[in-house]
Design a protein around this ligand. Structure first.
Ligand code: M6R
Length: 598
């Protein structure tokens, strides 16, 4: 999704902006741009496609000496990915970059057009700079900016430069992240995520919604809800090791291989003997919770679905699952004594964040299971557990999903403990999980070999039962994100109610057939597909003669151990198919890492 970087200082500004945008590249974008202001000189550059194109465009431009710079990667929402639609958007003497969506941009545009102001782009963003200059005719720059921000509806993180007051960067934030960083050399930075700030800033301020203000080397003025605030900086806690591929071909591959270590870290300090402990929940009484609603998007939604089986089976608590974008506009009933859990890797997904706000407004007790500390979702929820996946750069989520499922399973056990159940088998299985996701050379080679037979076909059905149904959904999502082939996840028992009509030799079935969860039932469903000539890749510890291809998993005692091993296989399969098809594994087309628009 769109990315924002800004800089105030003496160094080569262009390079700082390009380096910062590079850090945000993994989030997905289709054009980029930057602007530099030094005194009354305002230069800007834009390019469609990769950052390389922008770098080439401004190759001969130099920007040493005190000044201001802003940069943006755009993921198209209003208008195609063209140079005109790329940010910064220009007025006569100002320019702006923006993340989010201005919902009332049409009304603003109509009003300005009636006043003789014309527009170049199809974007919602251009209205910001035009509205600013409209007000700046009669007001000083900050007043004009304030009036502009107050008129905007929707989600926005904004940086604006103007020759009307060439000694300031104006900023505003609502429902889209914006962070201000500072270092000991008194340089200031802006970014829409931590990563561009790491190594440059020592301290940060995470702006709250409805914030706006301005900054230069001597002043940082922040208003929240119209009130002048004296915000203090906090230490930026991150390092740069995530930015290296460590010899892997792709970040996604590195992240798949990392899962064993990462899952050990999820468990670290949280299992004591035969008990799950969460320091974060030490003083919380969850004993009155009799219903859980889980709410998320995409992969995180699949983790929610899997965990709903676990909350009901292990903790004996009624659990239902909501897709955040649906929940937002439904008149959902949230009962007393229910816990509303949102799950998000980034902590910034607009739909999930809004769902959380709604649940909170309705009086629910809210809980975030999230990978990013200090993210909007973590800050808003009453309680939170961090999933400890580390920074995930591959757009297609892998280790984040693994950590979400493990954390939620632990939470189910934690809540079950309050009911004095014998949970020894669960704890034993939990501790074994890091061993289930070790990638061996033999396994990876086998998946690589098999992948060559699955590069076409008219569709893939991933099928499974119980928690293996959400895993089937996730396996199918991974395949379609990376290969652009059509894939669906289905409950194995549901195929006969319609989808089986598609079965023929060019319909590929990927069957998740664990030994410890409804094996015979799944087998019968698979046989129904075989009888209709579907091509079958089965993943199971038990040999299955009818398979066209077979990946043998380890004999395990607990179905969750099988779940994690099968998860690993589906991730590697999607990646190997994508590599064979020549696709960009880390940045699949049309996708963004963090979806901060509706
Ligand atoms: O950051 P979140 O977990 O809230 O993101 C939700 C989805 O956008 C995300 O899981 C998406 O589906 C991924 N591309 C999946 O690989």
């Amino acid at each position: 999704m769109c990315g924002i970087v800004g800089y105030i200082g003496n160094k080569e500004k262009k390079q700082i902006i390009l380096d910062g945008l590079k850090e945000l590249e993994y989030r997905g974008y289709d054009s980029a741009g930057l602007a530099v202001m030094k005194g009354l000189e305002l230069d800007f550059f834009k390019a469609v496609g990769k950052l390389e194109n922008l770098t080439n465009k401004c190759a001969s431009f130099e920007s040493e000496g005190y000044g201001f710079a802003i940069g943006h990667t755009r993921w198209a929402t209003h208008g195609k990915a063209t140079e005109i639609n790329a940010h910064p958007h220009l007025g006569e003497y100002s320019c702006v970059i923006h993340n989010g969506i201005i919902e009332n941009y049409k009304e603003i545009k109509d009003k300005l057009e009636k006043n003789g102001i014309s527009f170049l782009s199809q974007t919602d963003t251009e209205v910001i700079v035009k509205l600013f200059e409209f007000y700046a005719k009669d007001l000083n720059a900050f007043e004009a900016f304030k009036h502009t921000v107050k008129e905007l509806k929707g989600a926005f993180a904004i940086l604006l430069l103007s020759k009307k007051d060439q000694n300031k960067v104006f900023f505003a934030k609502n429902a889209a992240p914006l962070i201000i960083g500072r270092n000991s050399q008194n340089e200031l930075f802006f970014a829409s995520a931590d990563s561009p700030l790491v190594g440059l800033s020592e301290e940060v301020i995470y702006l709250e919604d409805l914030s706006f203000g301005y900054a230069n080397k001597d002043e940082l003025v922040i208003y929240e809800n119209d009130e002048l605030k004296n915000k203090s900086f906090s230490k930026l806690l991150s390092d740069k090791s995530y930015a290296k591929k460590d010899g892997f071909r792709f970040f996604m591959e590195k992240e798949i291989y990392e899962q064993s270590r990462v899952l050990s870290e999820v468990l670290m300090g949280r299992v004591n003997g035969d008990e799950v402990i969460f320091d974060e929940l030490e003083n919380e009484d969850l004993s009155d919770i009799n219903e859980i609603t889980l709410c998320a998007c995409g992969t995180s939604y699949h983790a929610a679905l899997a965990s709903a089986y676990l909350f009901e089976r292990i903790a004996k608590i009624k659990a239902k699952v909501e897709i955040a974008s649906e929940f937002r506009y439904r008149e959902a009933i949230i009962s007393k004594n229910s816990l509303f859990i949102v799950i998000s890797q980034s902590g910034e997904t607009a739909d999930t964040l809004e769902a959380l706000k709604i649940a909170k407004e309705k009086g629910a007790r809210t809980f975030a299971v999230c990978n990013v500390d200090n993210s909007s979702i973590v800050r808003l929820a009453h309680l939170s557990l961090l999933t400890r996946a580390g920074i995930e750069k591959g757009v297609a989520s892998t280790k984040a999903f693994a950590t979400q499922v493990l954390t939620l399973w632990m939470l189910a056990i934690f809540m079950a403990q309050k009911k004095n159940q014998n949970l020894n088998d669960e704890i034993k299985a939990l501790l074994h999980i890091p061993n289930c996701v070790v990638v061996t050379q033999k396994l990876h080679d086998k998946i690589h070999r098999i992948s060559k037979r699955y590069l076409d076909g008219h569709g893939f059905f991933y099928i499974g039962r119980d928690v293996f149904y959400p895993l089937a959904l996730e396996g199918a999502l991974k395949l379609k994100e990376l290969s652009y082939l059509h894939a669906e996840g289905y409950p194995a028992g549901e195929m006969k109610h319609g989808p089986i009509a598609l079965a023929d030799s060019k319909l590929y079935t990927i069957a998740l057939m664990p030994k410890n969860m409804l094996y015979e039932k799944t087998k019968s469903n698979v046989e129904e597909l075989i009888a209709r000539d579907s091509t079958l890749l089965s993943i199971s510890p038990l040999e299955f003669d009818l398979s066209d291809d077979f990946i043998r998993t380890t004999e395990q005692e607990h179905y969750m151990c099988e779940f994690f091993e099968m998860m690993l296989i589906t991730q590697l399969l999607a990646m190997e198919i994508s590599i064979r098809l020549g696709n960009d594994v880390d940045m699949p087309r049309n996708l963004a890492k963090s979806v901060t628009v509706e």
